[in-house]
Design a protein around this ligand. Structure first.
Ligand SMILES: N[C@@H](CCC(=O)N[C@@H](CS)C(=O)NCC(=O)O)C(=O)O
Length: 210
């Protein structure tokens, strides 16, 4: 299996899952500064010029949600996702919310210029994105209240996905110290050797959740 990734981006979520699998895998980090994710060789893999992309034999799986679904199913014995219908639907609900709302809000914050050609609008777009992103983190914190993981007692791929947003918020220096359940969740994630391995491999700060 081969994962295409950009350091410290949303491809960290499937990277954590591959580390957790204990199975051999390859990871190719694309160099954003050289535009490798938009180069013709990569556009053959993902014509959208985005990461993550997962190659398994002849198959290429695109989109974080689909890749997490694939890995959870491929490594079913690791129980990275619930199998009971209602719990499985709740799990998919988290992935779908993260992918369709939470991630795009952070993108608006970071890249407002992609959302309007009118430069004077960029600060407002960025601010709105940040507000929505922080509101989502507040909801994650509230849903974690009294629980180890997003779905309760069992870890799922949704926790790896949430950890990426938690990391981004901390790297941006957002004021989220009051979100104590999110902090606890971040620390629990960092105690997992697979998460530490992924952070080391991507040269990410391990102490950011201390
Ligand atoms: N909907 C896609 C979004 C992927 C995405 O936006 N990836 C970012 C990294 S977090 C990326 O590849 N950015 C490079 C670019 O847009 O130029 C998914 O969930 O997989």
């Amino acid at each position: 299996m081969k994962l295409y990734a950009l350091n410290g981006t949303c491809s960290l979520a499937p990277h954590i899952l591959l580390q957790l699998s204990g199975q051999p895998f390859e990871i190719q980090f694309l160099d954003r500064s050289k535009g490798e994710h938009k180069a013709p060789e990569y556009l053959v893999i993902n014509p959208r010029g985005k990461v993550p992309a997962l190659q398994d034999g002849g198959a290429v799986i695109l989109e974080n949600v689909a890749i997490q679904y694939y890995l959870a199913t491929r490594f079913a014995s690791l129980e990275l996702a619930p199998t009971e219908l209602q719990e499985r639907s709740r799990w998919l609900g988290y992935l779908s919310w993260f992918s369709s709302s939470v991630h795009p809000s952070f993108r608006r914050f970071r890249r407002p210029e992609l959302h309007s050609p009118v430069e004077s609008q960029w600060p407002a777009i960025s601010e709105t994105g940040k507000t929505e992103f922080l509101s989502a983190l507040g909801e994650v914190d509230a849903r974690l209240s009294g629980r180890s993981w997003l779905l309760g007692d069992s870890f799922s791929t949704a926790d790896a996905y949430a950890h990426v947003f938690n990391l981004w918020a901390r790297q941006m220096g957002f004021a989220i110290d009051h979100l104590s359940d999110l902090r606890r969740h971040g620390r629990a994630m960092m105690e997992m050797p697979a998460v530490q391995a992924a952070f080391r491999c991507e040269d990410l700060p391990l102490a950011v959740f201390d």
